[in-house]
Design a protein around this ligand. Sequence first.
Ligand code: R5P
Length: 213
Amino acid sequence: MTSSNEKRLAGEAAIAYVEDDSVVGVGTGSTVAFFIDALADIKDRIRGAVSSSEQSTEQLKKHGIEVLDLNAVGPLDLYVDGADECDPHKRLIKGGGAALTREKIVAAASRQFVCIIDSSKQVDVLGNFPLPIEVIPMARSHVARQISKLDGHPVWRDDTVTDNGNWILDVHGWRITDPVALEAELNQIAGVVSVGLFARRGADVVLVGDRKL
Ligand SMILES: O=C[C@H](O)[C@H](O)[C@H](O)COP(=O)(O)O
């Protein structure tokens, strides 16, 4: 099966977790795009969605799904999002599409995080996919130097400005055996807005195609 077919199956399978009359947290990316298309079919059963990016907001609105402000709705029951890598403990690397900060906020505000992926995203140890870190622009060089001290190789994604007006460093060369510790350490560096490691708050359910982990 192609990875695109697996993404579509995962996006459609996540609909089973959507409860009637709920507000759904919606992630970002090509896998989530299939989820949003499927959500459109049941839009009359939900109150609306909280979006994690301008890209997803646009797609949700195109389908006539109401996009709500997280501050106005309180904790969510469900967050559905993709990932760039997923380890056997449901810890993730995210942010390939530069949406990591808002994704992390909506995930943190949700009771259940259902992660939808194709099988190419499954790894034993995180880190083959370069780890995205969102930084305040003036802190880019400082953060890069701190990462180099930790034996990472930061590369500035110089064609990208995030929805929050910040920049992304992609860190190559790390084999992340303790993602909870690394996430905490990187969060301490001045100028880091957020880290694309979703380890302390990983996924609760992972759907690989229509297969549940
Ligand atoms: O910033 C982007 C997000 O973290 C995505 O969830 C991640 O990059 C996976 O995207 P896709 O489903 O397109 O592979």
